[in-house]
Design a protein around this ligand. Sequence first.
Ligand code: ADP
Length: 333
Amino acid sequence: LRDTGTPEDETELAIEGALRPSSLAEFVGQKKVRGQLQLLLDAARIQQRPADHILLSGPPGLGKTTLAMIVAHESGRPLRLSSGPAIQHAGDLAALLSSLTPGEVLFIDEVHRMARSAEEMLYLAMEDFRIDIMVGKGAGATSIPLDLAPFTLVGATTRSGLLPNPLRDRFGFTGHLEYYDPEELERVVERSAAMLGVALPPQARAEIARRSRGTPRIANRLLRRVRDYAIVHRTDADEASVAAALELYDVDSIGLDRLDRAVLDALVRRFRGGPVGLSTLAVAVGEEPETIESVVEPYLVRIGFMGRTPRGRVATPEAYAHLGAPHPDGVIR
Ligand code: ADP
């Protein structure tokens, strides 16, 4: 159930796609960003032009891809999907941009992971709908300007701080997606359960919502595991099934998963509450620093279990209490 942003297989991917809301009205929560996007899309429609470029930032699974699809759908434009890691050379981007049809919405996921050379090409493309293609090498090299069809770029990033300023500045609007509160996740689960034909009592729904790390993708996945459990054990998708399924998948009472707990445990027990540097912490739990920083840490900070100081990450008394570890000030909370 670990959410690194990539659905684990084709079936899960298909179900995830089927559960995506296709309009802003159906999109649960994120009231602020929804209102901002609505205005942007309405203005573009009235002026009959492609919408300004949009940057969406926030941890995985909060709805960035879904919003990109909604932008295309609501403005009646086609959508092209790509991602930063797939754009390793300026040439990859040139091929992509020059094949766009007028008004097309281009979604680039993990836009902070694009090659530097492509980034520079993108500045010009975003601003002037033009790129310069380099032909030849060395002294004989020349650049040929190429006009592009106007397009709307929707960039997604888990960390907007990683984007170089010139790139960030070229987006007309940046939407910051926040973790969802349990009531909002209940609505996500209710909607998904109805679509999947799962009869889920309100208490079971609330329990899934409470233990989904504020993340719709995780809520939808937990729901599917609960459904699996009910099917296999020929029982109802009730609170007991929720508890059993979550236990099986190592989701604890407040929704932390194994990696969350491993990080907390290392911080509290091994590094005595910190401060400890990100890479040291990552090595201790055998994960990539980027995963710790963009997936694990934001949630632990948000629930007040971890703090970030100039000298490194620190555990809060609440983290000690959750692990049942004695706090150094002598109080067992
Ligand atoms: P991201 O691109 O931020 O990683 P996605 O847009 O892929 O996240 O969303 C992951 C899953 O969560 C999708 O299946 C989508 O249907 C669901 N989802 C995300 N946000 C919402 C929302 N606000 N309302 C309903 N479902 C949502």
